[in-house]
Ligand binder design. Sequence first.
Ligand SMILES: [Zn+2]
Length: 449
Amino acid sequence: MVIVFSHNPQDRTVFAAGTTTVAKLNSNVSTDKVWLSARLEPNPDGHYVYAEEDDRFTAACAFASIANAVAATEESWGESIQWATRREKLAVIPDAGQDLNAYYMRARGGVFFFHDTDKLTGETVYSGRSSEVTSHEAFHAILDAKRPEYLGSWDPDPVAFHESMGDIGALALALQNERVLDLVARQTGGDLSKPNAAAALGEELGLAINHKAGHNVTGGAWTRNAINNFTWVDPDTLPSEAPADQLSSEPHSLSRLWTGAMYEVLTGIVNGNLERGLDVKSALRAGGEELLKMQGRLLQPGMAPEGSFRFQDMARALICSENELNGGKYSALIAQVMERRLILPQSAGLLAPDPGAVHSVTVTLEGEQFGPFAGMEVSHKVSGDRGSVLENRLAQNLARLIANGEILLTLPNQDPSRLNLIKADGEPYRGVVRWTGGKPVIEPTYVIG
Ligand SMILES: [Zn+2]
């Protein structure tokens, strides 16, 4: 018997939930890579399809979406994902309490979703019901499996890249769904520069965030939108916060630069598919498949940097992975987009530092700007060149994160793994102080929203 689950490839502001099957489903609501951390009783007919009012609806949607996101990625990339959590399966926690958010937590081995009331509509919004939100979190886990040092970086670029990978993955998977394809084909006629439901990510959650804030903090009826014209600015010079139409160094904000560039690459791929004579839906579907495969090639060993990096290095790695693993098919398209976005100007050349060369950069924070964190040690792994400039940059990044309240100060007797690593504003801390033998070291939390 084929078992089906409640599922929405978008969310209810776009269209009503439907159903989906789960590839390689085991008997206990799990696959070999994903398990549901909540009991879920099927209906008498054996299916996991529920009305929205049913408590079980969110769990069915979240599990099915994430299990399928992982299976589709493994199939596309031709590999088996080994989680950075060091556990066999990724846990899905479909409703972990009140918040308008979702997290991947490495130490807790899973992805966490929440609920809260939309201040305008009075409806309860569950982040675990939107496949765009759940896929986004799944791709944090997938990227952490492939490049574990990125969540350990104190630079803006790798964390922003994490956010972008979440959005690009969600977008690529949405374009594999028939209902989304029908809608996007109608909305765009194949011209992805036109607004559409796949480019607009996390619509319902974004609306609720805006209603809570009392104004439009996300820039529209979405959490983020892949259609944008942002061009590169040195993230070290960006403000910590900015209105939605400008970039800041905050990872979700900065991620839109890379997402926008990758969306432009997708648009070029789809245009090529249409020119080859594919119908609109086939061109979109093949574009989504290619976008996902491209991420897999980029994350092969020796391609994307292993340690912290700057977007320019990642753009070089993307072109390199296209050249070496895809016969250069989309290299010119990518180079053109990266140049226009000022991420990789032609003058910067394509000679990348060896992505395999990773070294530790460590500083002891000294100076008033570090407040109670002065005297503490912090380090991360960096790809590419060495030099004292990296130590200065690390100290400057920490000063910024400390000023923004992103580092959790602890007492010598406190164990970070027992603390709540989420700030009062609902976002995770980036770092936490761990005391080992009386010596304080600032560590990454490995939690990302
Ligand atoms: Zn995220």
